[in-house]
Write a protein that binds this ligand. Sequence first.
Ligand code: HEC
Ligand code: HEC
Length: 216
Amino acid sequence: MHRMKKSHAFALAGLTLVMGLSGCRPEGAKQTLPGVELYAACKSCHGVDGHGQQNIAAPAIAGLPAWYVEAQLVKFRTGVRGAHPDDFEGLRMRPMSQQMMDTGEVKAVSAYVASMAPMKQPATVQGGDAAAGAASYGVCLACHGPDGKGNPQLNAPPIAGQHDWYLVSQLKKFKSGIRGANPKDITGGQMRPMSMTLADEQAMKNVVAHINTLAK
Ligand code: HEC
Ligand code: HEC
């Protein structure tokens, strides 16, 4: 009973938030909004320039390829990503992925995000050994490339230039099954065993210290 009430209140708060953020969509508007207008709902977390914000654990998304942004938005929308009860950051992103009315709008906002200029994010993670990380990166380069720019053929996103705290958090999520363990998550399921090659948090910090050296 108590539980019900709480989740109800949460749902209402979420709805109010969504309605507040989607102020750009006139009530009952049916037409597909352009990406730039849809992005208004993303700014509060990912920033005006799409460079992310550590205090709310929102990654940089500016310049990520449209195919990857679209694939992730679809995963969030369908609960393939961000629905695990321990995925606090993913749970924050999930309702935002519902902002888009249809697949046309998902494509539009993805194209807009891809068109934004990427930026190398500052290193924040302490204690990583880049030389040791370079050795473990040998496993990663088959998919993410020696330069960390990713490979669309293998569905592997660019990781160079991304916030290092976000990369560590995702490696932890893959390893613990908070991300990539849903049987419908085909590409996450390809990444998951790769995270297992990193023995512990130190190994993750090391490989991320190496990834930090890749972005120009
Ligand atoms: C309430 C804050 C918030 C808002 C608003 C928000 N996001 Fe997010 N987003 C997040 C967080 C937090 C994550 C990281 C989730 C995780 O750790 O797995 C994320 C992750 C993402 C990712 C995955 C990036 C990657 O490298 O895998 C994409 C893509 C994304 N958001 C796009 C969007 C778009 C497009 C919008 C607007 C329609 C949006 N977000 C609105 C908080 C937000
Ligand atoms: C077999 C190919 C493959 C290998 C090898 C691989 N990855 Fe991945 N990686 C992927 C794919 C595919 C994704 C996208 C998963 C998805 O769609 O959710 C991914 C996603 C990621 C992400 C999340 C990026 C984001 O923006 O959220 C990180 C971080 C990552 N990989 C790091 C690594 C590291 C570090 C290694 C080496 C230890 C590695 N990967 C090895 C295929 C691979």
